[in-house]
Structure formats: structure tokens, C-alpha cells
Design a protein around this ligand. Structure first.
Ligand SMILES: [Ca+2]
Length: 277
């Protein structure tokens, strides 16, 4: 009897201990993807759906920006923690730097965003993103930092990353809230969440005549298999050379449907609160 009880209790133990393991997603599908090292323009070779993407960065600023600003470039530098990580690999480490100056205090802002051929380029995220992680060099000003992402229905979300009132490098990790729709259920919809850019806002009372910020090493964690299913590749089949389609009687009057609104106007912006860790 005692022995049976022992076996039973250990079975119960196994079940209770084993339960969380079964309810968790497989840890193997959670991966970290490096988006940009900021070591060189157009040198990312970022792989998305079998295609390699490269981009540069640019900056735009609100209307009271001083003549000749903003200015930006890649500069030699690396946060100390990353220096240890990349020790001995011989690469030239650079960071992306921006200098701004505004003519008056108030609600000034500037945006740092990826570009291709001089036009804004949104970087697609792989899988289902949980956190975005990057390094920022703060000049100890009361400016706030935001990350802008666009969801699968074309709406821009603002992820608050807190204030830049620190000196030197800081690693910032921002959560992507579960309420942001990252994938569309429509075959014709946007394929994934995209990275739109960083936005920096000046505090109304803070000095604005001479500001500098640097960025390095942006990466993210993602469940890369979340939306890959058996037969996924059939989504992209081109039916233009298919047979059929001769039923003209109803075809002439058919309306084109499913046009989607996708804009970055302020109406679409959703503030989702302080999501920085
Ligand atoms: Ca770098």
C-alpha cells in the first residue's frame, strides 16, 4: 500500500512538474535576429523570405529645426559590452550618429528611419516579435524616445522607450504588446509587422540648440515559426498563367474589391503606453 502510494505521488509530481513544459511553446522556435549593426550603410544583408535586404538611414525633423540640421553619419564606436562580445573579430565597429539643433523650445521632434534609394523603407520583422533591443547613446537631455512599428492592417504604433536623460550607452529593450496585430488573416494583406523608425521628442522646457544621439546594434526576439505552416509557400503562387477565366458574362461587371487603407497619418497612430523594460 505504502509503495503504491509512493508510485502514485511521484506520478502526480511528474504530472504537475511536467505540465508547464507541455504548455510552453518550443524554446527552439524563439530566435534573435540582428536587424542592423550600423557598421556600414547598405551592408546589412538582412534575410527575409529568402531575399536579402539592405538599407541606409536618414533623419527628418519638425519645422523649427535650425538651418543646416539635422546632420547624420556613421562614426567609429561601440558600447563596452559589445566590445567584449566582438573582441578579436577584426571588424570595424561603427555607430549611427545624429546632431540636431532647433530654433526654439517646444514640441520639437526628429525621426531616424531606414531608407532605400533615398525613400523611406520599412524593415519587415520575421515571425512573431516579442521584444526589440538596441543601444542608444544618451546626452542626458530630457528628450523621450519612441520606436514606431506598422502592424498588419497598416496602422502605426508608438512604443514608448522612456527618457534619454542618461550619459553614454544604454541598452534599451522594448516589448511589443500582444494587442498589436502582427499578421493579417487575408492573403492579400501586409505580410508582417514592420519597423518604421525611431522618434525623439524634446521636452518643452529642455534646451534644444545642440543635441547629439547615437544608435548601435538593433536586434529583436521572435517566434520565427509562429506563422509558418505546412503549405505556406502556396500563398505566393502566381495564377496569371492558369487555365480558365473565360466566363465573360459576369466578369465584365465585377468590381475590384479589397483595396486596403495604409497610411502613416497621425490619425492612424496608436499610443500604447510605456512598453520599455
Ligand atoms: Ca556597430
Amino acid at each position: 500500500m505504502k509503495r503504491r502510494l509512493k508510485v502514485l505521488s511521484s506520478l502526480v509530481c511528474l504530472f504537475v512538474i511536467g505540465l508547464p513544459a507541455f504548455s510552453q511553446p518550443s524554446s527552439r522556435s524563439i530566435e534573435t535576429f540582428v536587424m542592423d549593426t550600423f557598421d556600414a550603410a547598405n551592408g546589412q544583408e538582412y534575410l527575409y523570405k529568402g531575399e536579402s535586404f539592405n538599407w541606409d538611414w536618414a533623419v527628418n525633423a519638425s519645422r523649427f529645426v535650425a538651418d543646416g540640421f539635422p546632420v547624420w553619419n556613421y562614426y567609429e564606436g561601440i558600447p563596452n559590452s559589445l566590445k567584449q562580445l566582438f573582441k578579436g573579430n577584426g571588424a570595424e565597429h561603427k555607430v549611427f550618429g545624429v546632431k540636431t539643433s532647433f530654433n526654439r523650445k517646444g514640441d520639437n521632434w526628429f525621426e531616424v528611419y531606414p531608407t532605400q534609394d533615398g525613400k523611406p523603407f520599412e524593415i519587415p520583422f520575421i515571425g512573431d516579435v516579442s521584444t526589440i533591443d538596441f543601444w542608444v547613446w544618451g546626452a542626458n537631455y530630457n528628450y523621450s524616445l519612441e520606436v514606431l512599428v506598422r502592424d498588419a492592417v497598416g496602422r502605426i504604433h508608438v512604443l514608448q522607450c522612456g527618457y534619454l536623460n542618461f550619459k553614454g550607452w544604454k541598452n534599451i529593450i522594448v516589448n511589443v504588446p500582444g494587442r498589436i496585430q502582427q499578421h493579417s488573416h487575408m492573403r492579400s494583406g501586409p505580410e508582417s509587422l514592420t519597423f518604421v523608425g525611431f522618434r525623439i521628442r524634446t521636452d518643452a522646457e529642455e534646451f534644444v540648440d545642440d543635441y547629439v544621439i547615437f544608435f548601435d546594434q538593433i536586434k529583436y526576439t521572435s517566434n520565427s515559426l509562429a506563422y509558418i505552416y505546412d503549405g505556406y509557400e502556396l500563398n505566393d503562387i502566381d495564377f496569371s498563367d492558369a487555365q480558365g477565366g473565360n466566363n465573360n458574362q459576369s466578369g465584365q461587371s465585377r468590381q475590384k474589391s479589397g483595396t486596403r487603407k495604409s497610411s502613416s497619418s497621425d490619425d492612424d497612430v496608436q499610443y500604447v503606453g510605456d512598453d520599455a523594460k
